[in-house]
Design a protein around this ligand. Sequence first.
Ligand SMILES: Nc1nc2c(ncn2[C@@H]2O[C@H](COP(=O)(O)OP(=O)(O)OP(=O)(O)O)[C@@H](O)[C@H]2O)c(=O)[nH]1
Ligand SMILES: [Mg+2]
Ligand SMILES: [Zn+2]
Ligand SMILES: [Zn+2]
Length: 219
Amino acid sequence: MHKTSDISIDKDIIKENIMIANENKVLLKKYNVKSYNIMGAIGSGKTSLIELAIDHLVKNGKQVAVIAGDVVAEYDSNRFRKHKCLVIPLNTGKECHLDAHLISHELEDLEERGILQDLDYLFMENVGNLICPSDFTLGEDKRIVVVSVSEGDDIVLKHPTIFRFSEICIINKIDIAEAVDASPEKMERDCLSLNPRIKIIKTSVKKNIRIDEWLKLFD
Ligand SMILES: Nc1nc2c(ncn2[C@@H]2O[C@H](COP(=O)(O)OP(=O)(O)OP(=O)(O)O)[C@@H](O)[C@H]2O)c(=O)[nH]1
Ligand SMILES: [Mg+2]
Ligand SMILES: [Zn+2]
Ligand SMILES: [Zn+2]
């Protein structure tokens, strides 16, 4: 079982989190599982994008699992269950982010059940929130932040930390950019000004724009 006894509440929780995240990373590497922490604004399209990635990977013969982290995880879990993947609902209750400790228990369980050994890809959908998920690395290979134009095109500059923390940024719902008077190009520029190395894809799940580029991230 997990070393919860080692976790003391007076220790810095951020440092503690990094320590457990490193253990998660070692475990995921041991079984060669590629892992993604999908963060982003509420309703920006995280689940929709992950659903597309799951179908793409399954079609290519990959074994995929998804941890659906949410205050009430049942809703997104039911969507994921329509796909050929293992779905792990993770209710965070009042917590507005996933942390490495929560994930470590899920990984431990998957290992005990002999599932982690055969897994190729693990998606972790974080709670819709642009603030504290960026304080908690999970041990993932890649951090992806999803925003959509409907949050307003000043959303990036208002939440700088998460864009610095991520390797990939998806600017979604560009099909409705005009209707909500938002400029995806401004959002892209803002994002690059905060993090010049970040990879940005401007997508529409609805209109299938640059979804091929999104899927290529997982090849
Ligand atoms: N117009 C438009 N709607 C989209 C697009 N992508 C997703 N949606 C819609 O936006 C809504 C939210 O999408 P989800 O995929 O559930 O977003 P989410 O980020 O997982 O939401 P939470 O988990 O609740 O934070 C749904 O009604 C989707 O159909 C898009 O590219 N364009
Ligand atoms: Mg979702
Ligand atoms: Zn524990
Ligand atoms: Zn939080």
